[in-house]
Design a protein around this ligand. Structure first.
Ligand code: DOR
Ligand code: ZN
Length: 366
């Protein structure tokens, strides 16, 4: 990474995003452009919780081919790499994951039942996915991503991550020591110390981190933080929900320390306005536009700009087994405002970006 001597310009390798949602239909067409314009121009892991979800390798691959086609119309030659993901459910057999592997799928995702968007086919009984996990164990180029919240209804929301790691995932790590896996969008101090202890034991596991979990606490959605102005904020509602200061600070500390087991997977989760500003609100932060500037600001404010490039362009690629990007992207310090609302053509609706209307400091130069 290069920083200009006046501190107003920086150049890094292209950024990767190890967790994002492209959706489908008009929203997908819209989002591919948003990702590229906002600076997400290389690898983006294309989460499979569409309707219907991607349950076979071929479906996951075709989905990414469609995304690539759309990107090719915008990027003219530069390589854009959506990464296909197969969702593992209780019905997924070992043959299905091996077939997907043969087709080239390397990333698999496990959602818990009824915890987040389109999770009605999520897992209740984790022993039912053991055959699929067993088939993937030992494959050095495979990563199984876990939405790490327990589906057990007796566990309250704020403790769902802790309970999942302490029980379901501990069992999986014990039974499948050679399975490469990630804890997605880590959200708790408990999660950070659990990860550290498993990594110290040499387990092949890592965690993705979102900008919203680095900046928010639960008070931002409930309307107690200064930024919320006392209002309940539906656009700050995502899963797993941001927790307390001690949790946010534990995530910050591990990222600022440059721990290679924690990298950027932003969980870009856009929803149409009608599904965000209504009685039953879809969860997800529409963060792709604001995220690059906020990520740079986060590292800069903590005097840790030297940790930026590993977090966004290196640790993830190393864990997932890709070569580091060699092309670069340039950012300049130039205040700008996050748009308040954008029309999604063909959807007869708009979207409201996360941090709408806020002034941010950094933008892409090219
Ligand atoms: O907030 C979230 N939104 N968390 C998830 O796990 C899924 C995502 C979505 O697809 O909307
Ligand atoms: Zn997600």
């Amino acid at each position: 990474m290069k920083i200009k001597s006046d501190g107003n310009e920086l150049v890094t390798r292209l950024w990767d995003n190890w967790h994002a949602h492209f959706r489908q239909g008009p929203l997908l067409e819209f989002l591919v452009e948003i990702f590229i314009q906002s600076g997400w121009r290389r690898r983006i892991v294309a989460e499979p919780n569409t309707q219907p979800p991607k349950l076979t390798g071929q479906e996951a691959i075709d989905y990414c081919l469609g995304i690539k086609d759309r990107a090719a119309k915008i990027l003219h030659g530069q390589e854009f790499m959506p990464i296909p993901v197969l969702q593992i459910t209780e019905k997924t057999t070992s043959e299905m994951v091996l077939r997907a592997y043969e087709l080239g799928v390397r990333v698999f995702k496990v959602y818990p039942f009824f915890v987040t968007t389109n999770s009605e086919n999520g897992v209740v009984d984790y022993t039912k996915i053991y055959p699929a996990l067993g088939a993937l164990e030992g494959k050095k180029d495979v990563v199984v991503q876990f939405h790490a919240e327990t589906p057990r209804s007796e566990v309250e929301g704020r403790f769902k991550e802790e309970a999942f790691l302490g029980w379901e995932l501990s069992e999986i790590v014990k039974l499948f020591p050679g399975l490469r896996l990630t804890v997605e969008h880590i959200s708790s101090a408990f999660g950070i110390s659990w990860m550290k202890s498993k990594r110290t034991e040499g387990r092949p596991i890592a965690a993705s981190v979102t900008i919203q979990h680095l900046t928010n606490t639960v008070d931002d959605v409930l309307g107690y933080s200064k930024r919320s102005g006392g209002l309940v904020r539906v656009h700050e509602g995502f899963k797993p929900h941001a927790k307390d200061l001690k949790d946010r600070d534990a995530i910050r500390a591990v990222v600022l320390a440059g721990d290679e087991g924690f990298f950027c997977g932003n969980d870009d989760a856009w929803h149409l306005k009608k599904n965000k500003e209504c009685a039953g609100v879809s969860c997800g932060a529409a963060n792709s536009i604001a995220a690059p500037s906020l990520i740079i600001q986060f590292f800069e404010e903590n005097n840790a700009l030297h940790r930026l490039e590993p977090f966004v362009s290196e640790f993830g690629a190393e864990f997932y087994g890709y070569l580091l990007n060699t092309e670069t992207i340039r950012f300049v310090r130039k205040p700008w405002q996050v748009p308040t609302e954008l029309v999604v053509s063909g959807a007869n609706d708009t979207v409201v970006p996360w941090r709408a209307g806020e002034e941010l400091q950094w933008q892409i130069a090219d």
